[in-house]
Design a protein. Structure first.
Lengths: 411, 294, 328
């Protein structure tokens, strides 16, 4: 484990320094036959393990597998430190110095801002890291594709399916910021539509909370069957850890994590995480194709298995390159919007997500899967963590286009 | 009486108890800060990172050497305290005559480095650390379900705080310490090795932070940024209690834990802000904090 | 607190000629600054330079308080961030022109500074710092909760608009000249304040407050005015920044921003005229150029701070000034 991460990092740092360290003016002299992809993500903060260096390696894998089809591909990388001003500055500079596409971009404030810049500069942004469904809603642009999960899809899968499985009364523990509110609101709607009810909720300050016992006790007192955790990252991990401590899951209450990734489960350990319900759109052990791509990625990720956020970089970059090959480098450099239009026109197909497509509002469609975390006795080896409970097909998984208020759709 | 302000009484009792447990962490952390500030006149911004190191060292002992919780409770503070001694000898000792700002800047830089290195080595999502088998399980208190481990935290924290207080107030070593705070050259003239005492005090303050870290490892996510959000709150606790006041920081730690716990019931959104509101009110009414000397 | 005086940055100087209130060395440095401002956009990326100027202005505003009055505020993010939010809201929702938006943002930051300053100046040293921090935390809470700020998504897609309703600022170079002008005006304003009789009293307060009081000055009034001025200029910086980037977010009101501006000022040189600017340049450049170093950004930053404290305590400009035996 120790050496793994260091090596991944060393590679990332070296690559970044070699490619990204050029002064911005000299970069203009780059050959016109090179497509430049910028991986902009969190390399040093709370979202690092979700994508960060792993997302970068997945992007590299896509470029390697794509091969040389008459043009070169370069990858550069930077850490936006989860700060919008840093992210915006880098994104503008990259686009101005000849980067054609920016991928990843976690943290919704940065994601929305970079989408705006991509439109302004008529370049491409493939967002695989932000959760906000606004990217394909009011804030949608002809230059941005939102690749993976969003709050609506998570809410629909976890909220709707849980009620059908008998979890009909919910208590929400919500991080008090826009992301948490959106998750809670959307999930509550699906719970009610499926015939369940919400018996209570508590909103706690983000990010200054690390003790959740008070809220868990409140949740327990409400006698809800399901505790929905509308939060992410370390907050979710702390909530789950403390729920196990207070014996909440042992008394038959289900914990539903509305946003959780494989590395989070890994961090908790199965002993603590068992029985947890969560939604991802990718799991390495889903079928032969996902096993194949996870196997190919193993040397790059040093045995860490990809999750839906990191592997979305592979899928997104690969599809983008296919569109470039389809329309030619010169045409694609002329207009980012044209590239995105072509990405929407040609069908997606890769080992990670199988066949799929991109909607007019920029939403990549793929099925979402409801998983339950295995008990330690059920797990057969490292990263054997999930069992599949339910699949929501691609055409039902996301918010219907006419409900999103995306200006591109109304026009 | 079943309800107080619309909240069922049992629930309220439960929340008071949980507040007390959080208060135990605040008390232990602010105690270390107060000891360091009292003697070294340094605002130790590294405290959060050292708390994190305590938890991580416990995790390392378990995973690399197979050493469990009980030994970690002793070894981790010792090891982290030792790093503190090294920091004090090499860097912090140069700053005693300087404005507080420089101490803050240096320790802030140190915490950036420590957290950054840990993040590069272990990632950001954290490490699993389980509750020791002897302390697993829970008591049914009637009004709530109380994990044994939380009870242990309160008892142990109280023990640590009281012993620290006793050492400083009632022993000869403590008397030297207090005297050195007042007039270091004079104490040195009496043959006491003041620089060494200062070094050891810093080490002890750091060890207290690490101890709190070990206590926290089984219930909080063990990740490199676990101390970052806590540190500002703990500063507030120390200031409200009165900078450098040992007793003040302990009592305020527990008290604010309880107040925060109650806020989590009545208006959870403000539970992080309530401490700062109290700080403003206290500082306006009592400039040197609740227990400080003006 | 009182016993430990700040490292003095002023080198011993004899009587010197003054040009527009600047010493000869400062005047030379000022000329260098002007040349740099004019030449830089042709070599460096303009958006980066604009960010640099916004933070430089913020640090200058902060320096007015810490360097000249000796008040260490640990809550300046509140004025910077609020200026940013208000300016962004004015420009986006009310559709006002950029200069009016920034002025409204600055005005509100000033009013806020008046209220907070009135509360905070009653206390000294570390307690002053802590009260300003606490008040800033409340502002953070307000910005997180208030609907108009958009929570953690921030106010997005803020238009740069047309200066005076005429000149479009959409072009980065045009925007740069506007930001540079704002910076120069505020910079000279601060310089004028510091070198006025009012500024002399501020410095007297820094050196010895009881003696200043005994000379018949109401020191609290002076401190409050300085606080308001500092908050207002911080608001200008925040407002300008939100227009440059087209966003206003919670990062700018977070306590770490208050820490960052303190670092910039210290790294550059406390109480020097040009220090805050250099400090801001160093820190902003680190954030930008180290971004490519991936996860090592914070570690490298940490080492630089430690080096500053242990080796360059006067700050970059302070050390240079000391070396040349001039005031900068």
């Amino acid at each position: 484990m120790t050496t793994t991460r260091r090596n991944v990092m060393a590679g990332a740092a070296a690559g970044g320094a070699a490619l990204g360290g050029l002064p911005w003016r000299s970069a203009r002299a780059q050959a016109a036959n090179t497509i430049r992809i910028g991986v902009l993500n969190d390399m040093s903060g709370p979202y690092r393990d979700i994508s960060g260096p792993y997302g970068l390696e997945c992007t590299r894998q896509a470029v390697q597998e794509f091969g040389n089809r008459g043009f070169n591909v370069e990858i550069i990388n930077a850490d936006h430190q989860n700060r919008p001003d840093v992210g915006v500055n880098i994104a503008r500079q990259w686009y101005d110095q000849g980067v054609d596409m920016i991928i990843d971009v976690p943290t919704s404030s940065v994601g929305l801002a970079v989408a705006n810049i991509a439109r302004e500069k008529n370049k491409v942004c493939v967002n695989t890291g932000s959760a906000t469904s606004d990217l394909t809603g009011p804030a949608c642009t002809p230059n941005t594709v939102h690749w993976m999960y969003d709050t609506y899809m998570l809410a629909k899968s976890t909220g709707g399916a849980m009620v059908r499985a008998g979890g009909d009364s919910w208590f929400f523990i919500t991080a008090d910021y826009a992301f948490g509110h959106a998750l809670e609101r959307d999930t509550a709607n699906f719970v009610r539509n499926a015939g369940g009810r919400v018996v209570g909720q508590v909103r706690y300050p983000f990010p200054a909370t690390s003790d959740f016992s008070s809220f868990l006790v409140q949740a327990q007192a409400s006698r809800a069957k399901v505790i929905g955790m509308a939060n992410a990252g370390a907050d979710t991990i702390n909530t789950v850890k403390q729920a196990a401590e207070f014996g909440i899951t042992r008394r038959g209450v289900k914990l539903a994590a509305l946003l959780m990734f494989l590395p989070d489960v890994h961090a908790l350990g199965l002993q603590t995480a068992q029985g947890l319900i969560l939604t991802e759109s990718f799991y390495w052990d889903l079928n032969d194709r996902t096993r194949a791509i996870s196997e190919r990625l193993r040397p790059r990720l040093r045995d860490v298995r990809p999750n839906m956020a990191s592997i979305a970089n592979y899928s997104g970059a690969l599809h983008y390159l296919k569109a470039i090959a389809d329309m030619g480098v010169a045409a694609s450099k002329a207009s980012g919007a044209e590239v995105v239009a072509r990405m929407k026109a040609i069908p997606c197909d890769d080992d990670a997500f199988g066949a799929g497509s991109i909607r007019a509002d920029g939403r990549k469609l793929c099925p979402s899967y409801l998983f339950e975390v295995k008990a330690p006795s059920e797990s057969r080896g490292p990263y054997d963590y999930y069992k599949l409970l339910q699949t929501t097909p691609a055409n039902e998984a996301f918010r219907p286009m006419n409900e999103g208020n995306c200006p591109l759709v109304r026009a | 009486m079943d309800e107080i302000f619309g909240i069922p009484t049992p629930l309220l009792f439960g929340q008071l108890l949980l507040g007390l447990i959080n208060g135990a962490f605040y008390a232990m952390l602010s105690l270390g800060l107060a000891v360091i500030f009292g003697l070294l006149n340094i605002i130790n911004f590294t405290h959060g990172a050292q708390f994190m190191m305590g938890a991580f060292v416990a995790w390392m002992l378990l995973n690399y050497l197979g050493i469990g919780y009980w030994w970690a409770l002793i070894l981790s503070p010792l090891l982290v305290g030792l790093t503190g001694v090294i920091l004090e000898r090499t860097m912090i000792c140069q700053l005693y005559k300087m404005d507080h700002l420089y101490g803050m800047l240096l320790t802030f830089g140190l915490s950036l480095i420590i957290e950054g290195v840990f993040r590069n080595e272990y990632g950001s999502s954290g490490m699993p650390y389980r509750i020791p088998a002897d302390l697993a399980g829970a008591w049914d208190l009637g009004f709530m379900f109380m994990p044994v481990y939380r009870g242990w935290v309160v008892v142990f924290a109280l023990f640590a705080c009281i012993s620290t207080w006793l050492v400083i107030e009632k022993t000869r070593l403590g008397a030297y310490l207090r005297a050195a705070t007042e007039n270091a050259p004079l104490v040195q003239a009496f043959g006491v090795n003041v620089p060494r005492m200062i070094t050891l005090t810093y080490g002890a303050g750091v060890a207290l932070a690490a101890l709190a870290g070990v206590l926290a490892a089984p219930i909080y996510s063990v990740n490199p940024q676990m101390g970052t959000n806590l540190i500002i709150v703990v500063f507030a606790v120390v200031v409200i209690g009165g900078m450098g006041s040992i007793l003040g920081s302990v009592l305020t730690g527990f008290g604010l834990g309880i107040i925060e716990g109650l806020t989590k019931v009545f208006y959870p959104e403000a539970s992080a802000t309530v401490i700062f509101i109290i700080m403003v009110i206290v500082l306006l009414a009592r400039p040197a904090g609740l227990f400080g000397r003006a | 607190m009182a016993g430990h005086s700040m490292t003095s940055t002023a080198a011993p100087v004899g009587p010197q000629q003054h040009i527009f209130g600047f010493t000869k060395a400062q005047f030379v440095a000022l000329c260098v600054m002007f040349v740099a401002l004019i030449v830089a956009p042709f070599f460096l990326y303009p958006v980066f330079l604009m960010k640099l100027l916004c933070f430089a202005l913020f640090a200058c505003a902060f320096n007015l308080l810490i360097g000249y009055v000796g008040l260490t505020s640990f809550g300046h993010a509140a004025y910077f961030g609020m200026g940013g939010y208000i300016a962004a809201h004015s420009a986006k929702v009310w559709g006002l022109t950029p200069e009016i938006s920034i002025l409204i943002g600055a005005l509100l930051a000033g009013v806020q500074g008046a209220i907070f300053g009135w509360v905070a100046i009653r206390r000294q040293g570390i307690y002053f710092a802590m009260i300003t921090l606490a008040l800033a935390q409340m502002i953070y809470f307000f910005c997180l909760q208030a609907p108009f700020t958009g929570g953690e998504d921030g106010i997005q897609a803020v238009p740069r608009g047309n200066l005076f309703g005429v000149i479009s600022l959409a072009n980065d170079m045009t925007m740069y000249w506007f930001v540079a002008a704002v910076f120069v005006i505020c910079f000279l304003l601060i310089h004028r304040i510091v070198h006025s009789p009012f500024g002399q009293v501020l410095k007297a307060i820094r050196e010895n407050e009881p003696r200043t009081t005994s000379l018949g000055y109401r020191t609290d009034d002076y401190k409050l005015v300085a606080f308001i001025l500092s908050a207002t200029v911080a608001g200008v910086a925040g407002g300008t920044k939100s227009l440059v980037f087209g966003i206003a977010t919670l990062t700018d009101v977070h306590w770490s921003m208050s820490g960052e501006v303190l670092l910039m000022t210290l790294v550059g040189g406390l109480g020097t005229v040009f220090g805050p600017m250099i400090g801001a340049a160093v820190i902003v450049a680190m954030q930008n150029y180290l971004a490519e170093m991936g996860a090592w950004v914070t570690v490298i930053q940490g080492f630089i701070f430690i080096a500053c404290v242990l080796a360059f305590r006067r700050g970059i400009v302070g050390e240079i000034a000391n070396l040349l035996r001039v005031r900068l």
